[in-house]
Design a protein around this ligand. Structure first.
Ligand code: FAD
Length: 543
């Protein structure tokens, strides 16, 4: 098969870059390992060995081999990186991006349109209808900001929402059920000459194009480069031994409650909706100046419900949610398995105390069930979750922070191969002391800010805080860093235009190219960078 542009992987990155280029009149072939429906045999192609399963979820929970990729199961939280992420931060090792924030920010509105998240406005002050709403009244922005927002997608399933356009855009073809097992180059490894692809029935297809874009997800993109060893024995793009290194996700967990002294009814603990109907959530974040002064990794926090599995919360609504999600029959039908497991915990299923909560709290539970079911399952824009107001004005604080880049946190190829003969990954995600220190310092600063403005305080959960942070640190959903971007080939895998250093016609559209992980979930930025890549490639092809 031949085409002008071959895109490997039909997740959000691959779909966006393929459709953008096809809309501009280019012939594009989109190659996808999966099909329209999930399939266990195809999914198993991505299974990997995990060095420490307590630190990283299984690939079956973190990825989806299907048209649409992991957007078939994602949560839909959309957040861009902040200007501070692109600043020079000597206190975070190897954190220098080869581009400025201003080079990517112009793509945020177009990215928002792909996600159906309305305006690209991520601060309450920029949105007239909720300008007055922050987490609590009377808490001004200073070192700590309580006006920053995250926005929620439909959640947009890219395979489903763009299916019609994928099928009807002139010049765009999709080859599904076809897995790329090797990128082939000329003998000097200066240009890609073709893609070797296989089907599960044993047949093999060779694809040739002028330009190649790998968009297989953070880890699978890296795996494909590592496994392409015919000419470069250590893998394509591994000229500086950095391919697979600097693997990052986020550090997240809960070590404290926020206790507010303000009127409980005024706490904005739940989602707001803007005039476009988009759900937004308020967060506690830090100003650029505070992060630089405090030498803090970027981190945010938001209010959450008490753990639903613990009946001591006394809420019928939370108990109903626990019983529904932990139900062996219904549970898996409601949300992605990874999110479900995190919500219900791994203790034995408790029933009677939860039923007692529901009985005691019958009116609230009876109103909640149909209302939530309607908003979650029967409308196009789904409510992302639910919240229960705390009469005591006390809420657990969920933090979500940058994981500091480290070359020791890495993925490599294992000795085991998948059914198509491709070596599997071995994943070794490691957190470091600075990650933990950052979480602790952030809580101290949040506490000081609340007390200074007489709005409340942080109350820590009982136990060794450092140990609690270390135990909870785990990821696998946000896969960044393993093909990092750099101006100098000695410091990375791709250049500032996402072209693999030294290879003229190979680009990557993936969070693996991100130099740092910021506080933000990855997908919004993946799409912003995919848009930038499509524009750049279009210009190149026009020249
Ligand atoms: C449960 C869950 C919840 C999440 N929630 C959020 C959230 O709220 N917000 C957020 O920002 N992110 C979230 N994420 C992460 C988000 O889903 C990913 O960041 C996003 O899907 C990555 O897009 P991608 O296109 O780069 O890769 P993917 O979505 O992984 O798509 C890659 C595609 O490439 C295909 N592929 C892989 N290898 C090959 C090959 N060799 N040949 C051909 N095709 C191949 C795969 O089948 C897949 O379709 C979540 C993820 C999970 C699992």
């Amino acid at each position: 098969m031949t085409t002008a542009i071959a895109v490997v992987g039909a997740g959000p990155a691959g779909i966006v870059v393929a459709l953008e280029l096809a809309r501009k009149g280019h012939a594009v072939l989109l190659i996808e390992s999966g099909g329209r429906l999930p399939d266990e045999r195809t999914q198993a192609l991505g299974d990997a060995a995990i060095a420490d399963p307590a630190k990283h979820v299984a690939m079956g929970l973190a990825t989806r081999r299907q048209i649409g990729g992991a957007s078939n199961i994602w949560g839909g939280r959309c957040v861009p990186y902040d200007p501070i992420d692109f600043d020079r931060r000597p206190f975070i090792q190897d954190s220098e991006w080869p581009i400025a924030y201003e080079a990517i920010a112009p793509y945020f509105q177009r990215a928002s349109d792909w996600f159906f998240t309305g305006r690209s406005a991520f601060n309450a002050h920029e949105i007239p209808e909720i300008r007055h709403r922050t987490i609590i009244p009377g808490l001004p922005d200073g070192d700590v900001l309580s006006s920053s927002l995250e926005r929620w997608s439909l959640p947009t399933n890219f395979g489903r929402h763009y299916a019609r356009e994928l099928a009807t855009t002139p010049g765009l073809r999709i080859a599904e059920g076809l897995t790329c097992v090797e990128i082939e180059t000329d003998s000097a490894a200066g240009a890609v000459t073709g893609l070797r692809c296989r089907r599960l029935d044993g047949s093999e297809v060779r694809i040739q194009a002028r330009h190649y874009i790998v968009a297989c997800g953070g880890l699978e993109t890296t795996r494909l480069l590592l496994a392409s060893r015919s000419v470069m024995p250590r893998g394509i793009g591994n000229h500086s031994d950095l391919l697979g290194r600097y693997y990052m996700g986020h550090i997240s967990g809960k070590i404290a409650d926020v206790v507010f002294d303000t009127p409980p009814k005024e706490t904005a603990y739940a989602y707001d909706r803007d005039a476009d109907g988009v759900y937004v959530r308020h967060r506690l974040s830090f100003s650029r100046e505070a992060i630089l002064r405090e030498r803090l990794p970027n981190i945010v926090g938001w209010l959450v419900n008490p753990e639903i599995a613990k009946p001591e919360h006394g809420s019928g609504v939370l108990s109903f949610a626990y019983l529904a999600l932990s139900s062996p029959f219904f549970g898996k039908r409601f949300i992605a398995e990874g999110i479900r497991q995190a919500a219900i915990g791994n203790g034995p299923r408790v029933i009677w105390p939860h039923l007692a909560n529901m009985l005691r709290d019958l009116p609230a539970t009876a109103v909640f069930v149909p209302t939530f079911a309607y908003r979650r399952f029967l409308v196009r824009r789904k409510v992302p979750g639910f919240f229960v107001r705390s009469a005591a004005n006390r809420y657990p604080l969920q933090y979500h922070g940058e994981q500091v880049p480290s070359p020791e946190s890495r993925v490599t190829l294992s000795d085991e191969c998948d059914e198509l003969g491709m070596p599997r990954l071995r994943i070794d995600l490691r957190y470091c002391r600075q990650d933990v220190d950052g979480v602790l310092r952030a809580h101290e600063l949040w506490d000081a800010h609340l007390r200074r403005h007489r709005c409340g305080r942080i109350e820590y959960h009982a136990g060794d805080l450092r140990a609690m942070i270390e135990t909870q640190a785990a990821d696998g959903y946000h896969q960044a860093g393993t093909t990092r971007m750099s101006r100098d080939p000695a410091h990375g895998v791709v250049d500032e235009h996402l072209r693999v250093h030294g290879i003229g016609n190979l680009h990557l559209a993936s969070s693996s190219t991100f130099v740092t992980s910021g506080q933000a979930n990855t997908t919004f930025m993946i799409v912003a960078f995919a848009l930038r890549l499509a524009d750049r490639l279009h210009e190149t092809l026009q020249a």
